[in-house]
Each structure stands twice: as C-alpha cells, then as structure tokens.
Write a protein that binds this ligand. Structure first.
Ligand SMILES: [Zn+2]
Length: 153
C-alpha cells in the first residue's frame, strides 16, 4: 500500500496498516488522527461480536479497530455500511491493553516458506509471532462500559 496521509476518502473496512498501527499504539482517532475521546469511563471504541470473542463480550473483546473521537464515532455510525448491517456497540474501555497482532502466518517447509490459508491473531510473547507478517495491531478491551447510542448521536 502507498502511504498518503490526508489524501482520498476513508475505506472503513480496509484501514491502512501503518495508520491502524499508529492509531492503536498512540490511541488516536482512526479517522482524523487526533487524540481519541477519553473520559472517566475510558476510551471510545465501536465494537461488534466476532467469532473469537469471549462470552463476556464486549468485556475482553479483541479488537483491530482503533478508538475514535466523538465526532468521527458519530460519522462512522451514520455512514459506515458495515455498522448498519451488524450488531454493534459503542463502548468505553478504561484498559484497552495492547494484546498482539493480526496478520499472515508463515511456515517454513522443505519447499520454502508457505502461508496459511487464513490470517491469524497472535498475542505478544507467543512463539508463533516470529513467523507472522503483521497487518494490524490488536488491543484487548478491559473495564468496558457500553455507551447508550443516544449519548453519542
Ligand atoms: Zn476523529
């Protein structure tokens, strides 16, 4: 992917890997790059249930979606087709812990390096992490409080 900050229109379900990493690492809004919204209940995220989420979801959710400022959370809810089709929640997480990465796993075989058919999530410290080409940074959302949509819109 090319790197052209400030150029073009957002593609909500295909975030640039470098932007995603920077926003996740430094808690910046995934849309504007300014500091994400944070109050006494925590950082502002949008999240939806995924197959790997724990039964406590959204508590403990593993997310690849960086936080948002309030303005762009409203805009995403209004305009993102993915959010209009899926069940999702607006939440605040007091402890969004850096957890690991999502990416392509490689395996060394007698014929050379091979990739697995599907991308994987690997936590930091996992032995398999050494053979993953990361495309997204993952945070684990802890101390979660679901926010009433009317408070955001
Ligand atoms: Zn923003």
């Amino acid at each position: 992917m090319t790197h052209s900050p400030g150029v073009g229109r957002p593609i909500y379900n295909s975030m640039h890997p470098a932007r995603q990493h920077l926003c996740m690492t430094y808690m910046k809004c995934q849309h504007c790059g300014l500091p994400a919204s944070r109050n006494q209940d925590g950082w502002l995220f949008l999240d939806w249930r995924k197959p790997w989420d724990p039964p406590t979801w959204p508590e403990g959710s593993l997310t690849e979606m960086p936080p948002l400022c309030e303005r762009h959370a409203r805009m995403a809810i209004e305009r993102c087709p993915h959010l209009s089709r899926e069940d999702f929640v607006v939440l605040r997480a007091r402890t969004p812990k850096l957890w690991g990465v999502f990416g392509t796993a490689y395996e060394l075989t007698v014929d050379g390096w091979r990739t697995q058919a599907v991308d994987v999530m690997r936590p930091y410290g996992d032995e398999g992490l050494k053979a993953v080409l990361a495309s997204r940074t993952v945070r684990e959302l802890r101390a979660v409080a679901v926010v009433d949509l009317r408070e955001v819109l």
